[in-house]
Write a protein that binds this ligand. Sequence first.
Ligand code: AMP
Length: 374
Amino acid sequence: MTRVLVLNCGSSSLKYRLFEGDAAVVASGIVERIGEDEPGAPRDHAEALSTAMAGLPLEGLTAVGHRVVHGGLTFTAPAVVDDAVLAAIAELVPLAPLHNPANLAGIEVARALLPGVPQVAVFDTAFHRTLSPAASTYAIDAATAERYGIHRYGFHGTSHAIVSRRTAALLGRPLAEVNTVTLHLGNGASACAVEGGRSVATSMGLSPLEGLVMGTRSGDLDPAIIFHLHRVAGLPLGEIDDLLNRRSGLAGLAGVNDMRTLLARRASGDGAAALAFEVYCRRIRSYVGAYYAQLGRLDAITFTAGVGENAPAVRAAALAGLDRLGIVVDPVRNDAPDRGARVISPPDAPVAVCVVPTDEEWEIARQTLGVVAP
Ligand code: AMP
């Protein structure tokens, strides 16, 4: 019987899930407020993980799978952790200054606490390494881009991978024959064009800031806005970084980053909430159109993550008016309170619109086993 512990370490939180056999979840939880100066808060990741592990049945553990946000161009697949892999993840810290250090801390602590158990790094970026040069190259001076690693890396890869695979299964068709646009709409949000199981375009780029409108991130904007804020408004670069990452998106437009609150405010006539909703859905529609054009043939559009799985109003508004493209949302199916993987377009629609729950932890466990016990 295999047993895999999946760890997702953020800067101040640690999420864990223990899987046994094919899919059974034996235990899961989250430790928060790591390193915060409060009574009872864990001092560091080591203390957080020791506390979490104390209650877990870890005998006979097959492996530990770690979510690592940035694998750069180095990692195209999950990697069994050794000193060279750790050094390569550390080298990528400038590209993911908030995420990779926390991911590294998690790996180092797990290595120390579980000697002899294989540790596997599973990268958010790896699924997108199938992007063609034309899809991953920014149109800036080539030598500068090369020197500083300016490249479309893409994120949410484990989610886009599992959701596109499950979409093909839901439709009862071989993965290799299905072209899908997957829409991961959570606190972070990204779109991905998946051609026969391979990522061919994705909306997040060098960092998870680009693309769709998110809870607190702006997504796409004119880069000149940054120069303007710096030159004309006199904002220091660090403040602009904070503005675009933490005080923009739904939070910037309507003062709330939680879609549930936003929908409730919109329903009660709040104009700012209504505008934020329109901006959010319009951006999704633009990406659907763009990726349809890139794919040439589109079989499915799949919504996933917190908003995608639970907000019928967003799904309906994002795809409104696309019937000439064969994209139709059936209102009864869309509003049904179902939870599992399901189709929400009419039965004869040319493009299947689907809702498929994501499960990044399970996918990390599956990929981890794929390298340690193939
Ligand atoms: P995630 O990052 O996948 O956990 O997604 C978080 C986002 O999902 C937040 O913006 C939540 O407001 C949103 N969300 C969760 N449940 C619902 C719901 N029932 N209706 C609308 N949005 C939801």
